[in-house]
Design a protein. Structure first.
Lengths: 62, 502
C-alpha cells in the first residue's frame, strides 16, 4: 500500500515538473535549453514512479 | 614536515576564542539533540542551521556545524545505553550490549567506554583526514566537466545504494531532490524556472528552510503522530570508572572498530551507520566468548562506538577534497559552505587552508571536549531524557519557526516551512527517505551544469561520459555500488535483524 501511494506520488510530482518544463525552451542535446535537463529528470522520475507502482501491485502478494 | 606546519597553523585557527566557543556550543547542542530519541544528526544539523547563517566567519560556522554533527554521535550512545533506545540510527547496535551493561549496574562504565573509544577513533580519523585529503584533491587536478558530471552521479546514487529502505524509492527521491534543486533562475539562460510565479523563489528554494521543514518540523510531526511514548529510565549512573578488566577488553575492539569505521566512512553512503553494524558483526565473530554478546559484552560497546565515530569523521574527506558529499548530513554542511561563498571542489584545501586545517584541528578539540563533557554531564542528559514530549516537541517546533524567521527575517520563509514539513511527513509515512532527497537537492543544479557543459564540449554526444577514463571509472563504480546495494540490501537486512534480535 505504501509503495503504491509512493509510486503515484512520484508520478504526480514528475508530471508537474514535466508539464512546466515543456513551457521552457528545450533546445538540443548539444545546446540544452532551460527545459531539457528538468524534462529528462522528470521523465526518469515518472518511469521510476510507474515501476514502483507496478511492483507494489504484484510484489507483495505473498 | 609540511603537514606538521599545516596542523600547527590549523590549531592556531581553532584555538581562537570565538572558534573554541562555537566548537563548544556546537558539540553541546549536538549532544543535546543526539540524546533525544529519534532525532539524529540530520535533524540536529537542520534545526541549528539558522545559527550558522548568523555567524559571520564561514570557518567558525563550519566548525560549529561539524561539532553538532559529531556531538550527536556521542549523545546518541548515551541514550542507547541508558534507555535501550538508539538516540540516532548509528547507535542502534550500542543498545544491545550497552544497555545490558547498564542493567548489570555498569552503566557508568559503559558510558565511559563508549566515550573513550569514540574519542580514540575520532583522533585517529582526524589524522587520516589530514593525511589523505590533500593527495586526494590533487588527483582531481585534471577533472573536466565530464569527470565532474560522472563524479556527481556517483555521489548522488552511491549514497542511495547503501542506505536502508527500498532502492527504487531512494533513487526516485534523488530525482525529486534534483528537480526541487532546479527551482529558481537557470544559470545558463537566466530563465526563471518552476517558481509558480512566486517572486521569493527566484534564487531557488531556500536550502535551510527545506532542510528544517523536512528533517526538523516534519520529523517532529511524524513523532507526534507515531511515537509519543515517554521514556522510562531504568538505570542510575553512579560509578563512571571502568575496571581494569573492562579497559583491557575494550582495547582491541576499539582499534578494530576505528580501522573499520575509517574505511567505511570514505565510501559513499557508508558513514556511521554501516560501520557500527559491521564492527559488531566482526567483534562477535572473532570473540572467544561470543555467548557474552547480547549480555553486556564490553567489546560490543567499544567496537561499534569507535566505528561509528570514525566513520562519521572520515566521511568529511570526500566532501573536503572532491566537493562530493557522501551522506545527507555532509550534504547539508556542503550546502552551507556554498551559501557562505566557498566554492566546493578540489580547490578548497589550497584556496582555503585556514578552513580546512582549522576544521581538522577543531575536530580533535571538539572530540576532546566531548570526552570531558559527556561523562560529568551524564546527569544533565538523563534529566533531559526525563522531560516529557509534551514540553519537548513544542519547544523544538518553536525553535524551528523562530530559526526560520531569523535566517532572512522573512515571513515567507516561515510559511514555506509548512509545505516542506508536510512533504517530509508524507514521505516518511510512505517509507521514502527524505535524506536521499537532500542529496539530489544540494547537487542538482551543479549536476545539471556539468552535464550541460560536457555535452556542449562533445557536441551532444552522451558517450563523452564513457570515453574519458576517469569519468568511465566513476560510472562503473556507481553501477557496481548499485548492484552491491541490491544484494547487500537482501543479505544485510537479514543480518541486521538477526543482530538485533539475538
Amino acid at each position: 500500500m505504501k509503495d503504491t501511494l509512493a509510486g503515484i506520488l512520484f508520478v504526480i510530482i514528475g508530471s508537474i515538473f514535466l508539464f512546466i518544463s515543456k513551457s521552457y525552451k528545450i533546445g538540443t542535446t548539444a545546446a540544452m535549453g532551460p527545459g531539457y535537463f528538468p524534462m529528462l529528470i522528470a521523465i526518469l522520475l515518472i518511469i521510476f514512479g510507474v515501476v514502483i507502482f507496478i511492483k507494489s501491485l504484484y510484489g507483495h502478494s505473498k | 614536515m609540511d603537514i606538521l606546519n599545516n596542523i600547527v597553523s590549523g590549531f592556531s585557527v581553532a584555538v581562537s576564542v570565538t572558534n573554541l566557543l562555537w566548537c563548544f556550543i556546537g558539540v553541546t547542542m549536538g549532544t543535546l539533540v543526539g540524546v533525544l530519541p529519534a532525532l539524529g544528526p540530520l535533524a540536529a544539523v537542520s534545526i541549528l542551521l539558522p545559527i550558522v547563517f548568523n555567524i559571520a566567519d564561514p570557518v567558525t560556522g563550519i566548525i560549529f556545524l561539524a561539532g553538532v554533527y559529531y556531538g550527536t554521535q556521542y549523545g546518541g550512545s548515551t541514550t542507547a545505553i541508558l534507555l535501550n533506545i538508539p538516540g540516532e540510527i548509528s547507535s542502534t547496535v550500542t543498545t544491545i550490549d550497552g544497555n545490558q551493561m547498564a542493567r548489570k549496574g555498569r552503566a557508568g562504565a559503559a558510558l565511559s567506554i563508549a566515550a573513550m573509544s569514540s574519542f580514540f577513533a575520532g583522533t585517529v580519523a582526524t589524522i587520516i583526514i589530514a593525511l589523505l585529503s590533500q593527495p586526494l584533491s590533487k588527483t582531481a587536478f585534471f577533472f573536466g566537466a565530464a569527470e565532474y558530471g560522472a563524479l556527481m552521479l556517483l555521489g548522488l546514487f552511491a549514497a542511495v545504494s547503501l542506505n536502508h529502505g527500498s532502492m527504487l524509492k531512494g533513487i526516485a527521491m534523488v530525482f525529486v531532490g534534483i528537480l526541487l534543486g532546479l527551482v529558481g533562475s537557470d544559470v545558463n539562460s537566466g530563465v526563471v524556472r518552476f517558481t509558480l510565479g512566486i517572486q521569493e523563489l527566484t534564487d531557488g528554494i531556500p536550502f535551510a528552510i527545506l532542510a528544517m521543514g523536512l528533517f526538523g518540523l516534519g520529523e517532529i510531526v511524524y513523532l507526534l503522530f507515531h511515537e509519543r511514548k515517554d521514556n522510562k529510565i531504568i538505570t542510575t549512573v553512579d560509578n563512571l570508572y571502568p575496571t581494569k578488566k573492562e579497559m583491557k577488553e575494550s582495547l582491541m575492539p576499539t582499534l578494530r572498530g576505528t580501522f573499520l569505521g575509517s574505511i567505511l566512512g570514505l565510501l559513499p553512503g557508508g558513514g556511521a551507520i554501516m560501520s557500527s553494524f559491521a564492527s559488531y558483526a566482526v567483534e562477535k565473530k572473532i570473540s572467544k566468548k561470543p555467548e557474552e554478546f547480547g549480555r553486556g559484552a564490553v567489546a560490543g560497546v567499544a567496537g561499534p562506538e569507535a566505528a561509528n565515530n570514525a566513520g562519521a569523521q572520515t566521511s568529511f574527506i570526500p566532501m573536503l577534497s572532491l566537493g562530493i558529499p557522501t551522506t545527507p548530513t555532509i550534504a547539508i554542511i556542503l550546502a552551507v559552505l556554498i551559501i557562505q561563498g566557498i566554492q566546493p571542489g578540489t580547490t578548497v584545501i589550497s584556496k582555503h587552508p585556514d578552513l580546512f586545517w582549522g576544521l581538522i584541528a577543531s575536530m580533535w578539540i571538539g572530540n576532546f571536549m566531548l570526552l570531558l563533557l559527556n561523562l560529568p554531564l551524564v546527569g544533565l542528559w538523563v534529566s533531559i531524557l526525563k522531560i516529557s514530549w509534551k514540553i519537548l516537541y513544542p519547544i523544538i517546533i518553536l525553535i524551528c519557526l523562530t530559526g526560520a524567521y531569523y535566517i532572512n527575517k522573512s515571513w515567507f520563509d516561515v510559511l514555506l516551512l509548512f509545505p516542506f514539513a508536510l512533504l517530509g511527513y508524507i514521505f516518511k509515512r510512505l517509507d521514502c527517505q527524505p535524506a536521499s532527497l537532500i542529496m539530489g537537492f544540494v547537487l542538482g543544479a551543479l549536476f545539471e551544469e556539468h552535464v550541460r557543459r560536457a555535452l556542449i564540449i562533445s557536441r551532444g554526444d552522451w558517450l563523452i561520459f564513457l570515453n574519458k577514463p576517469i569519468s568511465l571509472a566513476f560510472i562503473v563504480v556507481t553501477c557496481i555500488l548499485l548492484i552491491i546495494g541490491i544484494s547487500y540490501r537482501k543479505k544485510n537486512q537479514e543480518d541486521n535483524t538477526k543482530i538485533l534480535k539475538n
